[in-house]
Design a protein around this ligand. Structure first.
Ligand SMILES: NC(=O)c1ccc[n+]([C@@H]2O[C@H](COP(=O)([O-])OP(=O)(O)OC[C@H]3O[C@@H](n4cnc5c(N)ncnc54)[C@H](OP(=O)(O)O)[C@@H]3O)[C@@H](O)[C@H]2O)c1
Length: 349
């Protein structure tokens, strides 16, 4: 097996992944931009450590002996470009756990260069987007003539600081849906639906989730919406935030909110990660009115992210890494998520 480098290995999610990798008998290279944090973690886990400043260092050189990079340093809009470019130059496979739609698009833009270099680029190997991408692929297999896909989730957990700060980074940007093959900007919480995720109906609203890029890439279905379950008041405040978008999008507001997050958000506890569950729903429809609906129940989002990130990284280390830009279900099929213990899939219509 080759060398795995985890970048951002000492952040909340990176640390969970690094600990589990070591628990599974891997010896990853632990990496990030802050020397003190890298060396503390490397000593604790008895793994090699590597400080890499993406702005100043020769990143290609730093990856010369690496076979797979797993990028856990988000917001990924700040980290993906230097790592993807260095991965292509050093013939290293690239994975990340982003949920940022701009990053999915950005990484997909390197498809040709990666294919030429024989390198796989796969974004979204965490909760966003492995389960929903697998649902999309499964539904497209069930209904090959589907013209519309709707995907949704209800995640019962709390957020880590990094996830909350990544959300703040995109405040004021509104939403997206995919229509006739094209990404279309829409207001926040543009549409709502009542969705039964398997536990009774919930209100859910559209969000700009990575599947708007990945599910299209995986299935070719031209119309896609992604919904998240949320209480009605959250829907109203999301809609209200559309009116405030120039204010929310400005630098001082974002840095104040990020400071607040640093002071108040810790991420889910071990108990929450062990006991939390996530409920996903997917619907495919055709122009002739045919419909297929599938439900998926998985472990808590961060617990699932650890598992799917390591599963995909291990496959890539084993050489199962098709060249070019890939989606999780596109490369590994709709059953990839079923490899995660505690995951169940049910076709309900
Ligand atoms: N796809 C999913 O389902 C999923 C699941 C979990 C998390 N995530 C995403 O993963 C990201 C990390 O979340 P987290 O909770 O682990 O965050 P966190 O605890 O704040 O950790 C962030 C990590 O990224 C590093 N980092 C941030 N900006 C950087 C930059 N410009 N250059 C180099 N390193 C940088 C930080 O290093 P320093 O400490 O040295 O600054 C730290 O190691 C977030 O964007 C989150 O949304 C996605």
């Amino acid at each position: 097996m080759g060398e795995l480098l985890i970048y951002g290995s000492y952040g909340y999610t990176g640390e969970l992944i690094a600990d589990e990798a070591v628990g599974r008998g891997l010896t990853p290279i632990l990496a990030g931009r802050t020397e003190r944090k890298v060396s503390r973690q490397a000593a604790e886990l008895d793994c090699p450590g590597r400080t890499i400043d993406l702005a100043d260092d020769d990143v290609t050189d730093a990856l010369a002996d690496v076979d797979v990079v797993l990028n856990c340093a988000g917001p990924f809009v700040d980290t993906y470009e230097p790592l993807v470019e260095a991965c292509i130059d050093s013939e290293t496979h690239y994975l990340d756990i982003t949920g940022e739609i701009d990053v999915f698009q950005g990484v997909a833009g390197y498809d040709e260069a990666a294919a030429e270099a024989g390198v796989m680029l796969m974004s979204g190997v965490g909760f966003d987007v492995v389960p929903t991408d697998c649902l999309a692929a499964h539904l497209a297999d069930r209904l090959p003539d589907a013209t519309h896909l709707a995907l949704g989730f209800e995640a019962l957990t709390s957020l880590s600081g990094g996830t909350a700060k990544t959300a703040v980074e995109f405040l004021g940007e509104g939403g997206y849906v995919r229509r006739d093959g094209l990404l279309e900007r829409v207001p926040p919480a543009h549409r709502t639906r009542r969705i039964d995720f398997g536990r009774g109906e919930r209100t859910a609203a559209t969000i700009p989730w990575g599947d708007l890029v990945t599910a299209y890439h995986t299935t070719g279905v031209p119309n896609i919406e992604v919904y998240a379950a949320m209480p009605e008041p959250v829907v109203w405040s999301m809609r209200g935030s559309g009116l405030l978008s120039p204010f929310l999008g400005c630098g001082p507001v974002k840095s104040t909110l990020k400071g607040l997050i640093d002071a108040t958000v810790d991420g889910p506890s071990e108990r929450q990660r062990e006991q939390g569950r996530s409920y996903l729903w997917g619907e495919a429809t055709t122009d002739d009115g045919e419909r297929a609906v599938t439900l998926l129940e998985t472990p808590e989002t961060y617990a699932l992210t650890v598992d799917t990130a390591l599963e995909t990284a291990t496959r890539a280390l084993d050489g199962d890494a098709p060249a070019g830009y890939q989606t999780p279900a596109g490369a590994y099929g709709p059953d990839l998520v079923l490899d995660v213990e505690g995951t169940e899939r049910r076709d309900v219509e």
